[in-house]
Design a protein around this ligand. Structure first.
Ligand code: ZN
Ligand code: ZN
Length: 289
């Protein structure tokens, strides 16, 4: 989603595994693990608005869903995603991460609200979370004591943090706890590629999620040279996501995945597989089927 938390709506960090046969793709069978997904219950459930003519996603895993006004929890491993997304997705879901929000206002206010820490603790007791996120934080707001508590909480339990943040906040999060495992949502949007490389090489636990990340491909879908270089060095550090932060993103889901497949097809197969699903399987467990 765009950088501003102001326009953030219902936020849900979610993991969904997709294996989508896409017509015309150079890699029609490449599996994709969607490591950044939201299911919004506002204004309408996806199932009421999605009218996909063919199922294009076969999910074996998914994660937490939050509405703006209520928290919604699919039963891990058992929820038919049809319930969520109509004909779009067919199989079971899995909650892997939970965003620390109850309402839309929490997107902006969570870092100073003690109730959010209680929420994270309570959610963790569900026993199946592997991460906290997506959450939004910018600049010095990351210095808030509550933010450090959350980072420490996650680091102490081997949980991933899916952080939508600018570089300033990222550095603060990393300084809070050097063992924190942070997935940088959107990989800084537009942070210079060379700087992304520096950060990956400085912080060995840092991962980059690539939804809305600019510059990866150029005109005509050609993979940019500097990203080819970065993937050649660090193909084990990136994840893909749809970031369905508003329901409209679901309508573009196929396009989002085809864009990924377009540049993945220009990479060596081993690198493409890591980025498409291998890294996510390593982080979250399980296999994309
Ligand atoms: Zn985001
Ligand atoms: Zn998001």
């Amino acid at each position: 989603m765009p950088a501003s938390g102001i326009i953030a709506r219902a936020i849900a960090a979610a993991i969904i595994v997709v294996a989508a046969p896409v017509g015309g793709s150079a890699q029609p069978t490449l599996k994709i693990f969607d490591a950044h997904l939201h299911y919004n219950q506002e204004p309408n459930r996806i199932s009421t608005i999605i009218r996909s003519p063919t199922p294009t996603i076969r999910s074996t895993a998914c994660s937490t869903f939050f509405g703006a006004d209520e928290r919604y929890h699919p039963k891990p491993g058992s929820l038919g995603v049809d319930e969520l997304m109509g004909a779009l997705v067919r199989t079971a879901v899995r909650q892997d991460a939970g965003t620390p929000y109850r309402t839309r206002d929490d997107v902006q206010n969570w870092s100073t609200d003690p109730a959010i820490y209680d929420l994270i603790e309570a959610e963790y007791k569900r026993g199946y979370f592997r991460g906290v996120g997506e959450f939004h934080i910018y600049g010095n707001a990351a210095q808030a004591p509550l933010v450090k508590r959350v980072v420490d909480f996650a680091a102490g339990r081997n949980l991933y943090l899916l952080a939508h943040c600018d570089e300033a906040a990222l550095l603060i999060l990393l300084a809070h706890n050097r063992s924190a495992k942070i997935i940088w949502a959107h990989t800084g949007f537009s942070t210079p590629t060379g700087r992304v490389r520096e950060l990956l090489e400085t912080y060995p636990e840092l991962m980059g999620e690539l939804s809305y990340r600019g510059g990866i491909s150029e005109g005509g879908g050609k993979l940019a040279a500097e990203w080819r270089e970065l993937f050649a060095r660090h193909s084990d550090r990136f994840l893909l996501g749809s970031d369905t932060w508003i329901n409209e993103r679901w309508f573009g889901y196929d396009t989002i995945m085809q864009t990924y497949r377009g540049w993945l097809a220009q990479l060596p197969e081993d690198q493409a597989k890591r980025i498409a699903y291998g890294n996510a399987e390593r982080l979250f467990g399980g296999k994309v089927e």
